[in-house]
Ligand binder design. Structure first.
Ligand code: ZN
Length: 310
């Protein structure tokens, strides 16, 4: 199996990867590994402060009541993409060597969890603001700065605080896998499709399509110039052509004149893999981790088998 990032990607948190010399079963195993097995960090425990606070300067009273139940806030916290650095060697909470022999309540150390705090008050009583929005950026990371919430994610809203309300908690992020909870899934919309090559079979009839004044995603006109010696193999361009062909396909009234002037031929054993990351890790890292996960799983099967037949 050979993998390479398709030219022009990643775009933001989206990535397309060309996988060659493989079959649909292998690529699908990879797809499932990306969704369920690649470990990432997510907030998995929150301890809320309940009660009444007095503002020291003004003597104003703030209460830990809130428009949203604690469970909903905890869920929203879990969904914030926490920067994940596989090379830092964070341990799973149940595999952490430091915490292995500790009682359940004592578990948790710098090598298996990251700590965030939040302490926000609503607007004071003389403020014109009716409420204040609490955002992911209000979280203070008290562990390694590596785990600071990225700028891109800081604007994620968590809740509103009205006058006289406060929100205070400690949140713990731990490593987990998507198969245990969606908060630990680092990628979504994980799909793959066969690679096609476009072939210009009838240049004259293809004018039915070329005359429609369509253009590719990167702004080139869809015309005969996309083809070199009647073939187009550039993956991004072929994906655009595939979409454009719907304009001359069955039901458009143009299919008769077009007469399959351009056909798509499948490239044996090659697939385009696409997914969106949640922003906690680059797409290429997630892809490589998925390969590692698969590799170690098959190694385990090998060992189990040889033990069983020994
Ligand atoms: Zn630990």
């Amino acid at each position: 199996m050979k993998a390479s990032i398709v030219d022009g990607w990643p775009k933001g948190n989206s990535i397309k990867i060309l996988v060659e010399g493989t079959d649909a079963a292998q690529v699908n195993a990879l797809r499932r590994a990306i969704m369920a097995d690649v470990p990432k960090m997510a907030i998995s425990k929150v301890m809320f402060t309940l009660g009444v606070n007095q503002d020291n300067n003004r003597g104003e009273i703030f209460e830990s009541v809130n428009a949203l139940p604690d469970e909903v806030i905890a869920h929203r916290l879990a969904m914030i993409p926490i920067p994940t650095h596989p090379e830092e060697g964070m341990a799973f909470p149940d595999e952490c060597e430091t915490c292995l022999n500790l009682a359940e309540d004592d578990k948790g150390c710098p090598s298996c969890q990251v700590l965030y705090t939040l302490n926000v008050q609503g607007p004071s009583s003389d403020s014109d603001e009716p409420h204040r929005v609490v955002r992911a950026g209000d979280l203070t990371n008290v562990s390694d700065p590596l785990f600071d919430i990225s700028e891109e994610m800081q604007s994620i809203p968590l809740t509103y605080l009205a006058q006289g309300q406060f929100l205070e908690f400690i949140a713990f992020a731990t490593l987990g896998r998507g198969r245990d909870h969606a908060k630990w899934a680092s990628a979504s919309a994980v799909t793959f499709q066969p690679v096609y090559e476009a072939e210009l079979k009838k240049p004259k009839k293809a004018d039915v399509l070329f005359g429609l004044d369509l253009s590719t995603t990167d702004g080139r006109p869809i015309d005969a110039k996309l083809f070199k010696s009647k073939k187009c193999t550039d993956i991004a361009t072929v994906l655009d052509l595939e979409k454009a062909l719907h304009q001359v396909g069955p039901g458009t009234g143009r299919d008769g004149d077009f007469d399959d002037a351009i056909v798509l031929n499948q490239v044996e054993g090659s697939f385009v893999f696409s997914f969106d990351t949640d922003g906690s890790m680059p797409g290429s890292t997630i892809f490589n981790l998925a390969l590692e996960e698969l590799k170690s799983r098959f190694q385990n099967i090998n060992e189990d088998l040889s033990r069983a037949f020994a």
